[in-house]
Design a protein around this ligand. Structure first.
Ligand code: NAG
Ligand code: NAG
Length: 509
């Protein structure tokens, strides 16, 4: 801990606040962070601590008591941005006052407020940025598109412009780090969940992302685009916003159909830098910004250096299923790969070509071992195909039958002769014909001893085991012992998943 670089007061210590809960904290949590405990106890009575707690409660819509109660503690455990809320109120209050007072008003009240709250901002409008590193499983091309779009969100509604540089100095630098990364122990990353990222206010120009988080550029896992767009907001000088659907709210925001920037975000950035020169603000709805998030056909044209056959092997997939002839189907983005029983993978094929009527991407898939029919799930809907022919009456609103929206995975489970759908910490046993959840379900995932929550895919293999997949890991489940008996990395350890042949160049491209 000796040579740790201390940060300015602008970045603080959500983790310290969390620890301040002392005995309220679950034991494993304390063990994980135990080394910090003394420091917390030393600080937890200070006025600074109480003040930080009040700011936190304010920005989180909790009663502002300055006391660490159970509700506050629970709120703190939610995934969020690691930047402190310390001056959020000041910036927001100034924004509201400016709005109420009108743009040109020079009332004394406003002036007094300006003295109280000094904005941290850049004194130029054209800024450069540079992506220093990224997780191995993300495609560089997709990621650069995501970063560009994240900056565009802000430049499209303000007078700022951004330019990427690939080497040399840059105003804003984005980087991924594990755990302690010389920002001081307080700002060390904490593994999956908890603090996801943090950034420095101008004019330090750095945003850091937790490399132990499993980031994604689609709807599965932690969406990096949204978190980047938020942290970039900090590098531009924005504090946290108390408005619930604001991008600058400290809590992780899901990417949906809505606009990503709320009115409050736009007012905040304009307050610092003014409106775009043309006066026109452009903002596309969230679902139209998804294009870079899926590996779409235009990536084929040589910008991506990765061999196509191994594309899913390099990261993860959306869904997996096996048919009666022991062919494996692996779904990722717009594409499906078929891995034949000899372990060789086919060329990727567009989902919508193979199964006309499907959306461009799916969330879960299963194949009936009774009759070979394909089931696909996305959002609240499901599709059933015999070969490539959509059955009459589909897609259906499967939510009506009690199925969860946005399922994690589905499989056909031979011991029950039923479909099983997984979502978070629960599973649903589903009647194939009616697509209705059977009586007494959903039940807790604990029935599947050793299987983690929020899996990417699952299947019952003809070797008699059920396999569960999440990120780059698999879990092998014995159906009579009802527990996981092995776990490892699927791309290298499961020969039937089609990644070995891809590595030796044997893929049928
Ligand atoms: C920004 O505006 C441009 C031009 O109108 C548009 O093409 C682009 O998609 C917009 N980007 C975002 C992130 O809204
Ligand atoms: C699962 O465990 C049982 C009991 O130990 C064993 O008899 C069986 O062979 C295992 N299943 C498979 C597919 O190996």
């Amino acid at each position: 801990m000796g040579a740790m670089r201390l940060l300015g007061s602008s970045l603080l210590l959500l983790r310290l606040l969390v620890l301040g809960a002392g005995r309220l904290v679950p034991e494993d949590f304390l063990q994980k962070y135990g080394y910090l405990e003394n420091e917390v106890l030393r600080r937890s009575n200070s006025a600074q601590f109480t003040e930080a707690l009040r700011e936190f409660q304010w920005v989180s819509h909790l009663p502002v008591s300055g006391v660490l109660d159970a509700a506050t503690f629970l709120q703190m455990a939610k995934p969020r941005c690691g930047v402190a809320d310390a001056e959020s109120y000041g910036q927001w209050a100034k924004r509201v006052k400016t709005l109420l007072a009108g743009r040109d008003s020079k009332t004394g009240r406003k002036k007094r407020y300006l003295n109280l709250y000094q904005s941290k901002k850049w004194y130029k409008h054209h800024l450069t940025y540079r992506l220093l590193n990224w997780p191995w499983y993300l495609s560089e091309h997709q990621l650069r598109m995501a970063v560009k779009t994240a900056f565009q969100l802000w430049s499209n509604v303000s007078a700022l412009t951004f330019q990427e540089v690939s080497e040399g100095p840059a105003d804003i630098r984005l980087a991924f780090f594990h755990g302690d990364h010389n920002d001081g122990l307080r700002n060390a990353f904490d593994g999956p969940g908890g603090a996801l990222a943090h950034a420095f206010f101008p004019r330090r120009g750095e945003a850091h992302f937790d490399n132990d988080e499993w980031w994604s550029l689609n709807s599965k896992g932690r969406n990096l685009f949204i978190v980047m767009a938020h942290e970039i907001g900090h590098t531009l000088g924005l504090e946290h916003s108390p408005v619930k659907n604001a991008l600058m709210s400290p809590y992780y925001k899901k990417l949906g159909r809505d606009f990503i920037l709320s009115f409050d975000d736009i007012v905040a950035i304009r307050d610092l830098y003014g409106a775009p020169s043309g006066g026109q603000a452009t903002q596309l709805p969230g679902n139209q910004l998804l294009r870079f998030q899926e590996w779409s056909t235009n990536v084929h044209s040589g910008t991506e250096t990765m061999p196509l056959g191994s594309f899913y092997c390099q990261s993860s997939f959306d869904a997996i299923a096996v048919d009666l002839n022991r062919n494996l189907y692996i779904f990722k983005g717009h594409h499906v790969w078929v891995v034949f029983p000899d372990g060789k993978a086919s060329k990727p094929q567009l989902l919508q070509k193979r199964w006309p009527g499907l959306p461009t991407t799916i969330e879960a898939a299963a194949i009936s071992q009774e009759d070979g029919r394909f089931y696909f799930f996305k959002g609240g809907r499901c599709w059933r195909y015999r070969d490539s022919a959509l059955e009459l009456g589909f897609p259906q609103k499967c939510r009506k039958g009690g199925l969860p929206r946005h399922p994690d995975a589905a499989l056909y489970y031979p011991p029950l002769s039923h479909l099983v759908v997984f979502k978070g910490p629960k599973y649903y046993v589903v009647n194939e014909e009616l697509l209705e959840v059977e009586l007494y379900y959903p039940r807790s995932l604990r029935d599947w001893k050793g299987v983690p929550a929020a899996i990417n895919g699952a299947l019952a293999h003809h070797d008699g085991f059920t396999y569960f997949f999440k990120h780059d890991q698999y879990w092998k489940f014995n159906q009579s012992k009802l527990k996981v008996v092995a776990t490892g990395k699927w791309a290298t350890e499961l020969h039937w998943i089609g990644c070995q042949s891809a590595k030796t160049g044997g893929t049928a491209l």
